[in-house]
Design a protein around this ligand. Structure first.
Ligand SMILES: O=C(CO)[C@@H](O)[C@H](O)COP(=O)(O)O
Ligand SMILES: [Co+2]
Length: 265
């Protein structure tokens, strides 16, 4: 662990009395180092650790660092919000000890307002929870921001865009799910792409727009053209022998698509 790490794990005492505080710091973009690292103005790949070899976690993390990963996406599943269980804060603490990369927690859990602090305390830098788990996420997003973390809101494929629209301004990141959450290795659902385009139209360059599920070299271009910039990829990285080559291939496709979209082609 070196001094370049985004920030120390924040002790729980730090949050006392903060949940429900609806102040939003307008200078968040300037002061939040994680936002700068997740949104450097070019496509960023976030390997989803759900697909890693958990028997060799430390080795997997160093392979990803060597491969040029810029962020680790951590899928937390509670067996209730989604029909699968993954891992929780104890495993994330161990990951935190082994890397200075930003940790982007994707909480697929019920009652995120009750649990998110545990993930902050474990050392996560960005915390994303689902609109389906918390229909009015305003206070929770504000509390995450107030804690100095990046606040994200996720939306499932069947959920209407109208459900998140009123809360986009309160979020630093919106995660558009391109599969139904719960499992890796599913097929990309292109029908979610209009949500990505609408977010980009609405929020301009202020928001980090992430897409998660079924991202590979055949699907990343359409997501990048629609306006996504943080691409979560599990199978397409972990099923490859060479993680570096996989990340490079994804980045290359996203770069081409983004440049063409910017040129209006
Ligand atoms: O959140 C999830 C699944 O619920 C994802 O982060 C997946 O784990 C991504 O895996 P692939 O679809 O890329 O295999
Ligand atoms: Co995920």
């Amino acid at each position: 662990m070196d001094q370049n790490r985004i920030g120390p794990a924040i002790p729980l005492s730090h949050f006392e009395g903060q949940a429900g505080d609806s102040r939003i710091d307008p200078s968040c973009m300037e002061r939040n180092e994680t936002i700068r690292r997740l949104k450097p103005g070019r496509p960023v790949m976030g390997p989803s650790m759900l697909k890693c070899d958990f028997g060799n976690l430390a080795e997997e993390i160093s392979r990803l660092e060597d491969a040029g990963a810029e962020v680790l996406h951590l899928d937390v599943m509670d067996g209730h919000f989604v029909p699968n269980l993954s891992y929780g804060p104890m495993v994330i603490e161990r990951i935190r000890e082994r890397t200075d990369l930003p940790l982007d927690a994707h909480l697929m859990i019920s009652e995120p307002s009750r649990w998110w602090k545990e993930y902050a305390d474990a050392g996560c830098d960005a915390i994303t929870f689902h609109i389906e788990a918390e229909p009015d996420p305003t206070a929770n997003l504000a509390a995450i921001r107030d804690a100095g973390l990046t606040a994200g809101l996720a939306i499932n494929p069947p959920t209407s865009f109208d459900r998140i629209e009123p809360f986009v301004d309160a979020a630093d990141l919106v995660l558009v799910m391109s599969v139904n959450p719960g499992f890796g290795g599913q097929k990309f659902m292109p029908q979610v792409l209009p949500k990505v385009s609408r977010l980009r139209q609405m929020a301009g360059d202020r928001l980090i727009i992430s897409i998660d599920g079924g991202i590979g070299t055949e699907t990343i271009s359409s997501a990048a053209s629609a306006g996504a910039e943080l691409f979560v990829a599990g199978s397409s990285i972990f099923d490859a022998d060479d993680y570096g080559a996989a990340i490079k291939a994804l980045t290359h496709q996203a770069d081409i698509a983004e440049t063409s979209a910017a040129d209006g082609q």
